[in-house]
Design a protein around this ligand. Sequence first.
Ligand SMILES: N#CCCn1cc(-c2nc(Nc3ccc(C4CCNCC4)cc3)nc3c2CCN3)cn1
Length: 307
Amino acid sequence: LRDGFWGHDSLAMSQDPELFQERHLKYISLLGKGNFGSVELCRYDPLGDSTGELVAVKKLQQDSAKEIRDFEREIQILHSLQHDFIVQYRGVCYSRGMRGLRLVMEFLPNGCLRDYLQKNQPRLEHCTLLLYAWQICKGMEYLGAQRCVHRDLASRNILVESDSHVKIGDFGLAKLLPQDKDYYVVREPGQSPVFWYAPESLADNIFSCASDTWSFGVLLYELFTYSSKSKSPSEEFLRMMGTGKPAQIICHLLELLKDNRRLPAPAGCPAEVYALMMSCWAFAPSARPTFGQLAPKIEALRDGRSK
Ligand SMILES: N#CCCn1cc(-c2nc(Nc3ccc(C4CCNCC4)cc3)nc3c2CCN3)cn1
């Protein structure tokens, strides 16, 4: 289209609500660092009068061909998801061609659940922790129905919309299952802390909805320890392993899990909640509950305990 009222960009560009123009994306602050990426708070302000909306913009740190290809897959996965307990896709911003590719998402004002739990521990009751657990479980049930494996379920990847609403916030390691298999074997070994990994993921890089259930159990543990650093999964497992050489952490952790050693019950954690975590940590993937089976169990725990 010739230059005219729309300035130098094409009419189509200005009309597509999912295309964000870099020149209108105003940087405000750094929100966090996920896997291979950073997330910034920006205001999308095409009118230039600071009335534009706040958005969270994810971009790659490295921009190798593989990182860009994986990022494009992450964007496609998030674009295909639409659920109350999954962070909303808004669009993309291309600058410098594909090298400057950025993912634009809704901004959640209260940050990630790990920090939120630490900061608000005194006023967060078990009933609220179980509400967060139920919402994440429903989001994961929906994800499984889309044949998507998250691979990095942890409180650092959950975002807080409000006191009563959390969302799964990062899909940097998510994979879509092929039609003919219900598991995914990754080539690059553990990119995220191994203390959230199921045994089959530690041993053979195998990921599935069942390995997501294992990580969900660790997330339940994080909820009921209010993500305390001293009681974190890493600290607890390292304590159980003693001061082995760092090289053998994965083998040592696997031995421990084979010996049926598990994270301890968090202080004050109701026995039924600990039993639920333990069911997610069944050694055999097939013995773990699905998210569809976990949701009603969490509901029952919520109703059973009014406070
Ligand atoms: N998940 C995951 C891991 C990757 N990651 C994602 C985000 C993210 N953060 C927010 N909001 C957000 C974040 C931090 C604060 C802090 C700032 C310092 N003071 C304390 C509060 C406040 C609000 N909104 C989002 C996203 C993605 C989509 N929407 C950040 N890191």
